[in-house]
Write a protein that binds this ligand. Structure first.
Ligand SMILES: C[S@@+](CC[C@H](N)C(=O)[O-])C[C@H]1O[C@@H](n2cnc3c(N)ncnc32)[C@H](O)[C@@H]1O
Length: 206
């Protein structure tokens, strides 16, 4: 069965040019967030499920060392192209659940920042706790997760992707794993996402 746990599920959207989430540019809300005092000026950034890498490239253009991960061949081709364009941008063709700080072929380091946009909502909700564990193991102890959660809404259905998430669900999953250090409204969401997304800054629970 073809589920979103498999690269072929995503590759189909890319090859049929139906990648409905693709903004074709860096997320305006992220560009705005770069000017926020809570946005770190430096530090390495891991972008799991980077897609065509616009946001990952925006982090690189800001001077950060970036590792962009995806497992869909078309997305990885584009990430590879960006890695040839920017010295501080690396691409990795990998199922993000395989990421490991200890294995050089699977990330090989912990990061100062893990950035997520539309990957949390893309993976199957049944794997969300597992995905939080990936963030946790790939993050330095004093690092932060910057998650632009979308769609953050009390929906009547979890059908997706994107699968929605609610504040109550997130707080339950994060409990004991991450502290919510700050929540910052997204100022420049695209029209269809306005009021449905928010930056959450997470720190490892001690
Ligand atoms: C909805 S798209 C979002 C892409 C990008 N973050 C953006 O905002 O444009 C989800 C991406 O995650 C990738 N993805 C989903 N599950 C993955 C997994 N287990 N390992 C690696 N990449 C994954 C897909 O191939 C796809 O490119």
């Amino acid at each position: 069965m073809l589920t979103q746990n498999l690269p072929d599920f995503w590759e189909q959207f890319y090859t049929e040019r139906k990648a409905y989430w693709d903004l074709k540019k860096a997320t305006p809300a992220l560009q705005e967030f770069f000017t926020h005092p809570s946005c770190p000026a430096s530090g390495s950034v891991l972008v799991p499920g980077a897609g065509f890498g616009y946001d990952a490239e925006a982090w690189a253009l800001r001077g950060h060392q970036v590792l962009a991960v995806d497992f869909s061949p078309t997305a990885v081709d584009e990430l590879d192209r960006l890695s040839r364009k920017h010295k501080n941008f690396k691409s990795l063709d990998l199922d993000l659940f395989e990421l490991s700080p200890k294995d050089p072929k699977k990330g090989g380091a912990q990061f100062d920042i893990v950035y997520d946009y539309c990957t949390f909502s893309a993976i199957h909700p049944g794997r969300r706790d597992e995905y939080l564990e990936v963030w946790h193991k790939m993050l330095k102890d004093d690092g932060i997760v910057i998650a632009l959660f979308y769609p953050l809404a009390q929906g009547s259905t979890m059908k997706g992707p994107p699968h929605n998430m609610s504040e109550v669900e997130l707080m339950a999953r994060l409990d004991g794993v991450f502290e919510v250090a700050e929540r910052i409204p997204a100022e420049k969401s695209i029209e269809s996402r306005q009021g449905k997304e928010e930056f959450w800054i997470l720190k490892k629970s001690l």
